[in-house]
Ligand binder design. Sequence first.
Ligand code: RB5
Length: 148
Amino acid sequence: MKIGIAADHGGFELKESLHTFLTGLGYEVVDFGAHQLDKLDDYPDLIIPLAQAVASREVERGVAVCGSGVGAAIVANKIPGVRACLINDHFSAHQGVEDDDMNLICLGGRITGNRVAEEFVQAFLEAQFSGAERHKRRLQKVIELEKK
Ligand code: RB5
């Protein structure tokens, strides 16, 4: 599975750690930056290219990190086709995929420790959309909203 990752300065350290973790698990990782710590960078500049790559299926799933994960989730969800969410618990990391077909996980580099973040990301990546009728129906309503 090809995974895209991106972070601003608030998530840089966690993104670097997750890059190593994901590579170790055998995932192909595309790093959309930042490629070095820049305390003046702005999360939209890093997260939008990642979100666009998720939407176009250049990468299958995305991992976005900023300081809180909030800005990353807000901007990523502006891209049609992206279903991003800030994740702070293990249940939502996989249930968000199983029920809602979440395709981009957002994390807070100043909130979530590296080991816990690894568990969230692994749960996210190993989960699959259930395809249950009720979930497809709900997802279709989200897709219809994006078209308006
Ligand atoms: C940057 O200082 C910080 O505001 C940003 O990383 C993020 O937390 C925004 O939601």
